[in-house]
Ligand binder design. Structure first.
Ligand code: MN
Length: 294
């Protein structure tokens, strides 16, 4: 490949240690409506080259923790099962080397593999999901590995989860979750309960896997996704949650999924790149950086 693939337009090759590995998983086997999520990882990485290397909130050049970008996983023509096996192995490889894995989707199904890999390494893993959708269906469109079933599959694995930004679900999903649903933070509940960030953080014991379905954001700032639901989360709400989560809990892996670049919405892919950079900044806030530059 002639052009080096990188995240943020700085050259990390001189850094002695790399703490983060970005794995592109352009899976798009079970798209329900508008497609294009297989182009998400490349678009996010490309947009990241326009994100300022100095984080404007943290006043740190987080790229200096060392962020490696792997060659995209070859998932074309694979069944969902085979694709998930490949993603799981790629994430385990990074974990074995002590790196923080970031998986870029692709459809939300990739989370099943990435969270399972993290759960095998970190006991008591809790999954925090940002999403418009519960994704708790038993099956959808004839597939139990549909993007609409991802959180149900994690439930099958016994992983506790907290779901934030929810505003779209089926009767069966509500029945499954029962009447109280303390782990479901709909956007309506978030408006009603100003201490929602505290509540989310207070539910968690143990390490955290963070899955960010970009449709959790409001479609005004994030139109580049297959099912853009109105009344979504703001930049401020998402960063408030991630800042608190990273301060209070140990994040051990994350993904950004369901980004589907569309013409005229370059702000959306930029937002996806910037939220990833900001989140890595929160996670590695206390990590010493090799040096300050002018
Ligand atoms: Mn979703």
């Amino acid at each position: 490949m002639s052009q080096p693939i990188r995240f943020i337009d700085e050259d990390p090759t001189s850094l002695s240690e790399k703490k983060v590995a970005i794995i592109s998983a352009p899976l798009a086997n079970t798209v329900s409506w508008v497609g294009g999520t297989e182009h998400g990882p490349a678009a996010l990485l490309k947009a990241s080259l326009a994100v300022e290397a100095l984080d404007d909130e943290l006043l740190r050049e987080t790229w200096q923790v060392g962020i490696d970008v792997r060659e995209p996983l070859a998932l074309d023509g694979l069944s969902s099962e085979a694709a998930l096996a490949r993603i799981c192995e790629a994430v385990r490889r990074e974990l074995r080397q002590g790196r923080f894995p970031v998986v870029l989707g692709g459809e939300h199904t990739v989370t099943v593999a990435a969270a399972a890999a993290c759960a095998s390494q970190f006991a008591g893993l809790h999954v925090v999901q940002i999403d418009a959708h519960l994704d708790m269906r038993e099956s959808y469109g004839g597939s139990s590995l549909s993007h609409a079933c991802v959180m149900r599959r994690l439930h099958d694995l016994g992983l506790p989860c907290t779901q934030v930004g929810i505003r779209s679900f089926s009767p069966g999903e509500l029945d499954f979750l029962g009447h109280d649903r303390p782990g479901v933070f709909t956007t309506e509940r978030i408006r009603r309960e100003p201490d929602w960030v505290e509540q989310v953080c207070g539910r968690i014991n143990g390490p955290v896997y963070l899955t960010l379905d970009v449709d959790g954001f409001d479609p005004a700032i994030m139109p580049a996704t297959g099912t853009p639901e109105p009344d979504g989360l703001s930049w401020h709400q998402v960063t408030s949650l991630f800042r608190a989560l990273a301060a209070r809990h140990r994040l051990v892996g994350m993904d950004v999924v369901e980004l589907a670049p569309c013409p005229g919405a370059h702000h959306a892919v930029f937002t996806a790149a910037k939220i990833l950079y900001r989140t890595l900044g929160y996670i590695f806030k206390e990590t010493p950086l090799p040096g300050k530059r002018g």
